[in-house]
Each structure stands twice: as C-alpha cells, then as structure tokens.
Write a protein that binds this ligand. Structure first.
Ligand code: HEM
Length: 508
C-alpha cells in the first residue's frame, strides 16, 4: 500500500507541516490588524486571497462599493492578500485626507508603481514624495489657461476631421458607427496634436495609422487578468525584483513606439529651427535638468522623466477622455430631449460668427451639466486612493501609518443617500455645482493631487460634442444596450459590450 513516507521522510513531512503552521500563524497575526483597529471587514482567508474574492469579478470590483457600504458603513477594511487597506466614503474624512491633511497623504499608492517599464515608472502618476512635487510643479503650467487657449486650434482641426469621418460613415454605413473607433481616433489625434504637436493622421487614413494601432495595443494590457498582478499584491517585496528586471504590464513594442515618438519630437523641438514645436512637449524639453540637479532643484525634469511623462500624456489622456465622450454620446442618444436642449444652447453660442473659442466653450452651461452628469454615472476612473504616511486620527477614526486608503468614486456617485434616482441620467441635477459636494462627485479626483489634465480633457470633450451635435442627430441602434449600461474596468472604465454602436444622422 502507498504511504506518504514513500515520497518524503517523516522528518521532512514534519518540517513541511511546521512551516505551514507557522505560515498560518503568521497570516492569522497579519489578519488581526484591522480587527485591532475596530474596522469592520469580511473574515479573511487563504481561499479568498485575504478578502479580495468577496468582491465581484476583478473587472467589476467597484460595482460592489455600495453593497459594502450598506453592510459595513462608510469606513471598512479589506485585505489584498495579507496587506490591509481601508475603504473610506465618509466625505468629511475624505476632505481631511485629500485636502486638509494632504501632507500626510500625498501619494496615491505606494505599491505597483514601478512595474510599468523604465520610462513610465517616472511618470507623474507613478512617482512619490518630493520627486512628485518637483515634477508636478514643472508640468502644471503646461495646462494653464493660456496654454489651453493656444491648443484649441489644433484640437478644433481634429474635431473637424472627426465630423468628416462621421459624414463618410453616414454615406456608406447608414450612420451606424463604432463609438470607440470614432471617438478613440479623435481623442488620440487631439492629444498627439495638442501635447506633442504631431499629426498622427489617425482619423483620415483608411488603414489604421501605426499610432492608433499602438495606442490600442497599449490599452489592451489586461492588468486584472494578469496573474503577475496578484503575485505582486500578495508578495509586494517582489516589486523591487520586477523593477530591476524592467517588468511592465504594457506590451513592450507599444511602449517603445511611444517612447521613440516622444524622443523624436524632443529632438525636433530642441533643434535651432524647429519645424513643428509642441506646447506640452516643448515645455517639457525646456525643463531638462541633470540627475544631479534633482537633489537641489524644485523644478525641472530629467531626460527619463521627460520621456516618461510624454508617454503618460497619451496613457492618462487617451482612454479616459475617449470613454468620457463615448458615455456622453450614449446618454445623449438615449435622451433626445436633453440632446435637443443642448443643441439649441450650442447653436445659440455659435450663431454670431459660426465659431467656437475657449471662452465660448466654457460658457456652455448646459453642456457642462450634461458632461458632469455623464461623468457621475460613468467615471472613467471608478476608484481613487491615497497612502497614509503617518498615523492620524480623523473624526474618531484612527488611520495607522503606511496604509493604503481606497476611495470609492463610483460608489459615492451612485449612492442614493446623495442622489435622487441615482441610476438615471438627469443633467438638471448638475445645475448648481455649489450644491454638489466635490468630494462625493470627484471624477477627476480632489485636492493638490487631482487630475492635471482636467481642463484639457473637458476642452476636448466639449469640442467633440459641439461639433457632433451641430452636424448630426445622435440615435441608438437595435444593438445599443439600454441605460444604465453595464460597465467593466480594464485600463479605465468602459462599456461591457465589445462594440458600442450609435447612429449619426446628418442634420438637414
Ligand atoms: C475625462 C478624462 C479624464 C478623467 C476622468 C481623469 C481622471 C483622473 C483621476 C481620477 C486622477 C486621479 C486624481 C487624484 O488622485 O485625485 C487623474 C490623475 C491624472 N490625470 Fe487624469 N483624467 C482624465 C484626463 C486626463 C488627461 C487628458 C490628462 C493629460 C493629458 C490626464 C493626466 C493625468 C495625470 C498626469 C494624473 C496624475 C496626477 C498626479 O499624480 O499628480 N488626465 N486623472
């Protein structure tokens, strides 16, 4: 008869059993952490990878935010493997964390920051502490009102190309279009033109341009189904090894393509007679300092930081903005009354000279309401976070040092405690923004580390929607899902259906 002693000796089995008991004991101690703080949470277990698997599927994890709030309240805990995290949706506590006590919470997260490839590891989203302060301080002026005003011309051109693109679709395909195809191309060409000063020719080409193919590839990186993500969550110390090996979740050829694009534009920008200079990248290039100077200077970027942040402009600005336009177009197609009212507002503002400028765009009040309401229902970044540096007590809740705080952006934006009929698209509720708490509605984050590209994103969304509504009526197709549309998160939040079709009917 077979016996375990045939494979290993009794001593080895005893050693293995002892090690397993020690590991279990170690985990048990780790999992006491939140209990000792009196922070409610599901019971952690090995099978649930801490408490990770109590949530919905990884790609839909944020949809359980409200359910969790109902069960545990506005402050509850989670274990990602054995790492504890605290989820907070209490607006008063969040105000302290994101604004008043920012100096104790200046990083979004400390883990998974160095696994994006060498250049992107230096991007604003991935750096921490004083390095972040220096880089943010350098990049912020690139999104000032005067810079945005100077970018509007190139973005306007991209919006016109998008209209031409839709016009040819209307002729050949009865107006039925793939929203991601059309709005994704527009967003990419707008970001490349505005930030980089290059025409990636992404909209005119019959065949997809290389930039579009590479951008799509960049966003096909499936973080949540990549086992490496969970290995790094469970064993955070492995991140150092991953960094040394230059590991990245992104497809390497796509990353390389955009790094090379950034570097080639930098060369043109710094030549004595630049043919094509770019606003954001030109400024990035002008800010170059040496590695040594980073120790003493509070402004300036190293060459690697310039490359990384150049690539980041595409990464952070492309998918988020195109998702925002897709969801807005979807909402307008289902709500014809809203669409008509909005078209009237836009017609009224362009009627004097048939043009749109920065001031006119910002003056479109109902458009802003429509955008805000769409971002409330479908925030492209459904969760935010902050890292607590030092132990602090806020409103009676003690937050220990060195812990991640999760902020349920999506949950708060659909919470019936704050919104009547939260699942419905009602732009009228965004009429008086002074009545809306900017912590409860925070699609672009909040406080000093909020989205740096907020105003650029809004300008691109406003231009796109104005041009579309001045030329077309947006309608739904037989296969367009009914609202509220199911959503999942990959790089950012997107509709669950692979292709979201709408119809653009040319206006007479
Ligand atoms: C609708 C479009 C967009 C949405 C919904 C969005 C959302 C966000 C959110 C929620 C954050 C985190 C803020 C926080 O932690 O409080 C963020 C950060 C950031 N966003 Fe955006 N974003 C959008 C467009 C853009 C664009 C167009 C750019 C640049 C061209 C951009 C660049 C960044 C950068 C660099 C950060 C990191 C800021 C830092 O860590 O200091 N975003 N964004």
């Amino acid at each position: 008869m077979w016996s375990p002693l045939d494979i290993l000796s009794l001593e080895t089995w005893i050693l293995i059993a002892t090690l397993l008991c020690l590991a279990r004991f170690y985990l048990h101690r780790k999992w006491q952490f939140l209990k000792k703080l009196n922070i409610p949470h599901y019971p952690p277990s090995i099978l649930k990878i801490g408490t990770l698997r109590y949530n919905a599927k990884p790609s839909e994890f944020f949809t359980s935010d409200l359910e969790m709030k109902k069960k545990f309240g506005m402050v509850y805990g989670q274990y990602m493997g054995w790492s504890p995290r605290i989820v907070i949706s209490d607006p008063d506590i969040l105000k302290q964390i994101m604004i008043k006590e920012f100096n104790n919470f200046y990083d979004r997260q400390k883990s998974l920051q160095k696994v994006n490839g060498k250049a992107l590891n230096n991007g604003l989203t991935n750096i921490t502490g004083d390095t972040w302060r220096r880089v943010r301080h350098t990049i912020s002026p690139m999104f000032s009102t005067s810079k945005l005003r100077s970018m509007i011309g190139v973005i306007d051109k991209c919006a016109d190309e998008m209209v031409e693109n839709l016009q040819s679709i209307a002729k050949d395909n009865d107006g039925v279009f793939d929203t991601k195809g059309v709005f994704g191309k527009y967003t990419l060409s707008a970001i490349c033109s505005a930030a980089f000063g290059v025409d990636v020719n992404s909209q005119k080409d019959e065949k997809e341009s290389k930039a579009i193919r590479m951008a799509k590839k960049l966003f096909q990186a499936k973080f949540l189904s990549n086992p490496m993500l969970y290995i790094l969550i469970i064993f955070p110390w492995m991140e150092k090894i991953a960094e040394k090996m230059d590991f990245t979740f992104f497809p390497r050829d796509a990353l390389k393509y955009f790094e090379n694009l950034t570097n080639s534009i930098l060369k043109i920008s710094s030549s004595p007679d630049p043919k094509q200079t770019s606003t954001v990248l030109q400024l990035l290039a002008e800010s170059e300092i040496s590695e040594k100077e980073t120790k003493s200077k509070t402004k300036g970027l190293t060459h690697m930081e310039i490359t990384g942040n150049g690539v980041l402009m595409i990464l952070a600005g492309y998918e988020t903005t195109s998702s925002a336009i897709i969801f807005l177009a979807f909402n307008l197609a289902w709500h014809k009354d809203v669409q008509e009212k909005l078209r009237e507002e836009i017609r009224e503002i362009v009627k004097s000279d048939n043009s749109l400028d920065y001031e006119k765009l910002n003056g479109l009040k109902y458009l802003t309401q429509c955008i805000n309401e769409s971002l409330r229902l479908y925030p492209p970044a459904p969760r935010n976070g902050r890292y607590c540096e030092k132990k602090i007590t806020i409103n009676g809740i003690t937050i220990p040092g060195k812990i991640h705080i999760d902020i349920p952006t999506y949950g708060m934006a659909r919470d019936p405690e704050y919104w009547d009929e939260p699942e419905k698209y009602i732009p009228e509720r965004m009429d008086d923004m002074s009545k809306i708490d900017p912590i409860i509605f925070q699609p672009f984050g909040a406080g000093p580390r909020n989205c740096i590209g907020l105003r650029l994103a809004l300008m691109k969304i406003r231009l796109a929607i104005c041009k579309v509504l001045l030329n077309f009526e947006l309608d739904v197709c037989p296969d367009t899902p009914k609202p509220p549309i199911e959503i999942i998160i990959e790089a950012t939040m997107r509709p669950k259906v692979d292709v979201l079709h709408l119809k653009a009917i040319p206006l007479k």
